[in-house]
Design a protein around this ligand. Structure first.
Ligand SMILES: [Zn+2]
Length: 311
C-alpha cells in the first residue's frame, strides 16, 4: 500500500502524519520547534520523526507534502518571506532537505493553499471544481481551486486574500498596507473590535476573553458581541462577494480556528453575500464551514501531493 507524508509546520510545533490516498491518517505525531533553532536542526528533528513513523508502518512512502506559513516558491520550495514565528525558515528550501533524505517527490505550499487542497481531496470541496477557501485565524489566508486544480499563480503565492484592501484609510496592517481584510475578520481583529465596542458603550468584559467566548456571547444575544460578529461577517461577505463576481465560483468554504463558531458565523455571512455579489453569480454558490477541522493542516499538507501528482 502507498501512503503519503504530511508535515504541518507551525510556529511552535510540527505535526507529522502518514496519510492514505483516501485521507485516513495511519500514524501521526508532533515535535516541538524552538523558533530560534537553526534551519537544519528544525528539519533534522522533523525528518527523524518522519523516519520513525515510516519505519513503523508497512507500505511504501510515495511522496511528502509540507505546509508552512509564508510565501513559498512552487518550483524550488524556498520560503521567501513571511513565517514571522519561525524566521530561520526564510531563504531556505523546505523540499530539498527531504528529497535528499527520502528520495521521493517532495512538495511545499503555503498552509492556506494546503487547506484548499485538503478540502478538494478529502473534504466538502470534493463536490466542486471552483471554490475559494478562507482560513480565519490569527491571520487570514486563502486558497483557490479553479477548474478542479489548486491555483498557485506564477510563482506559488496566489491566494493572499487576507491582504485584500477593504478600506484604504483603515487600520494599519503588519504587511505595511492599510485596511486589509485581516484587520477586520481575523481572531485578534474580532477581539479588538469587541473590546472597543464594550469600552465605547460602557459595558464590562473579562480581560482574558477569547474570540470563541465572543461568538458564544453573540449566540446569547449580548449586544457588543453581536455587533462584533456582524461586522466581521460583513467583511467576510464583501471579500467573498468579490471572489464570486471575479471567478464565477460554485462554493465558498470558511476554515481556520474562527470557523469553529459554526452557524453563528455562517448565517450572517451567507445572508450578507447577497449584498455584495451579482445575483446571477450568487445564486449557484453554496457557503460552507470547512469539513476538515482537526488535522486540517496535516491532511492539507498531504493532500497537495495527491493534487499535484493528480493521483
Ligand atoms: Zn495587510
Amino acid at each position: 500500500m502507498k501512503y503519503f507524508a504530511g508535515v504541518d509546520l507551525g510556529g511552535s510545533s510540527a505535526k507529522i502524519g502518514l496519510v492514505d490516498p483516501s485521507g485516513n491518517i495511519l500514524k501521526q505525531d508532533r515535535v516541538s520547534i524552538n523558533a530560534r533553532s537553526q534551519f537544519v536542526n528544525i528539519m533534522t528533528l522533523i525528518s527523524h520523526l518522519l523516519e520513525e513513523l515510516h519505519n513503523d508502518t508497512p507500505g511504501e512512502l510515495a511522496a511528502i507534502g509540507i505546509g508552512a506559513p509564508g510565501f513559498i516558491e512552487s518550483q524550488t520550495g524556498i520560503l521567501l518571506a513571511g513565517a514571522r514565528n519561525i524566521p530561520n525558515l526564510r531563504g531556505n528550501s523546505l523540499t530539498d532537505f527531504f528529497k535528499d533524505k527520502f528520495n521521493v517527490p517532495v512538495f511545499a505550499d503555503n498552509d492556506a493553499t494546503c487547506a484548499a487542497a485538503g478540502e478538494l481531496e478529502f473534504g466538502i470541496g470534493k463536490k466542486y471544481k471552483n471554490f475559494v477557501l478562507l482560513t480565519l485565524g490569527t491571520g487570514i489566508g486563502g486558497g483557490l481551486v479553479l477548474n478542479g486544480k489548486v491555483f498557485r499563480g506564477s510563482r506559488g503565492f496566489a491566494g493572499e486574500i487576507g491582504h485584500v484592501c477593504l478600506d484604504p484609510g483603515g487600520v494599519w496592517c503588519n504587511c505595511g498596507s492599510r485596511g486589509c481584510f485581516e484587520q477586520y475578520a481575523s481572531a485578534p481583529a474580532i477581539l479588538r473590535n469587541y473590546k472597543e465596542k464594550c469600552k465605547k458603550r460602557g459595558s464590562r468584559f473579562p480581560e482574558n476573553i477569547s474570540t470563541k467566548d465572543i461568538f458564544q456571547l453573540a449566540g446569547k444575544g449580548e449586544k457588543c458581541a453581536e455587533a462584533a460578529v456582524e461586522e466581521a461577517a460583513s467583511a467576510i461577505a464583501r471579500v467573498l462577494g468579490i471572489c464570486i463576481n471575479l471567478l464565477n465560483l460554485e462554493a465558498c468554504i470558511i476554515g481556520g480556528g474562527v470557523s469553529r463558531a459554526g452557524d453563528i458565523l455562517l448565517k450572517p455571512v451567507t445572508d450578507k453575500i447577497d449584498d455584495f455579489a451579482w445575483s446571477h453569480l450568487r445564486k449557484d454558490v453554496e457557503i460552507h464551514i470547512a469539513q476538515l477541522q482537526n488535522n486540517a493542516g496535516l491532511l492539507g499538507a498531504a493532500a497537495q501531493v495527491l493534487e499535484r501528482l493528480s493521483i
